[in-house]
Design a protein around this ligand. Structure first.
Ligand code: NAD
Length: 248
């Protein structure tokens, strides 16, 4: 089940964390994977090498998701070279935290450009070939914070909630073309993004999670694999929570 042989997938922010685990999981299921990165070429290459060493097919691709011209050029080039793009996982994201009264316009603009406009631009660029092929899979990586909010994360929560609106809208716009669009909303996952939490904070947060601990990037990757598989052909506009029960 959940085989992806013959599929071509692009994972944004694929060099580490959830994106890395997703790229590796998609490749294990047989997909050829394009590992996008913004700056860390070495980390992206090591993901590509790991996939190739396991007998899979992968390449790395540099572009900044917040720059629509770069997104269009890079994804357009993939489609031109490979003749298609079957799967887009819009994973790249950043967190800039701060209480509303201290939130600066520059920070807000940067966060929205990466976390919301970036996925929208990637989806727009990927959708062109998906519409032509009358098939495709798009998954946005949102967050539990977009669903429940969090003091000190007004900008981040807005961007992640925005992705859920985008997901539902694209599911309605492109369902008739055989394209499914879904979101995964992770809870607290052990990655660089959450590594700045100290031990007392981790303990407090873990106490609010019914399963009692943070998740692993692989937990999120498995949800993505399901949503892009043939087995999920009738699932669209859905948000799949991978949050240990933090929000149910
Ligand atoms: P991470 O910081 O390890 O990874 C983020 C990735 O995005 C990095 O590879 C980074 O280089 C890339 N990236 C950032 N800006 C980019 C840009 N402009 N263009 C291209 N790539 C860019 O964090 P992670 O935890 O793996 O986060 C992955 C996604 O999951 C993010 O969207 C994040 O908001 C979301 N998420 C994470 C958690 C968590 O607890 N870790 C929870 C919910 C949602």
């Amino acid at each position: 089940m959940f085989r992806l042989d013959g599929k071509l997938a692009l994972v944004t922010g694929g060099s580490r964390g959830i994106g890395r685990a997703t790229a590796l999981a998609l490749a294990r299921q047989g997909a050829a994977v394009v590992v996008n990165y913004a700056s860390n070429q070495t980390a992206a290459h090591s993901v590509v090498e790991e996939i190739r060493a396991a007998g899979g097919t992968a390449e790395s691709l540099m572009f900044d998701v917040s720059d629509s011209a770069q997104v269009d050029d890079a994804i357009g080039d993939v489609v031109k070279r490979q003749g298609k793009l079957d799967i887009l996982v819009a994973n790249a994201g950043i967190a800039i935290d701060g209480l509303l009264l201290r939130l600066k316009d520059d920070d807000l603009d940067r966060l929205m450009a990466v976390n919301l406009r970036g996925p929208l631009a990637c989806a727009r660029a990927a959708m062109k070939s998906m519409v032509r092929a009358r098939q495709g899979r798009i998954v946005f990586i949102s967050s539990v914070i977009g669903e429940i909010g969090n003091a000190g994360q007004a900008a981040y929560a807005s961007s992640k909630a925005g992705l859920l609106g985008l997901c539902k809208t694209l599911a309605r716009e492109y369902g008739s073309r055989g394209i499914t669009v879904n979101a995964v909303a992770p809870g607290l996952i052990d990655t660089d993004m959450t590594s700045r939490l100290d031990e007392p904070a981790r303990k407090t947060i873990s106490g609010t999670i019914p399963l009692g601990h943070f998740g692993k990037p692989e937990d999120v990757a498995a949800a993505v694999v399901y949503l892009v598989s043939d087995e999920a052909a009738y699932v669209t506009g859905h948000t799949l929570r991978v949050n240990g029960g933090m929000y149910v």
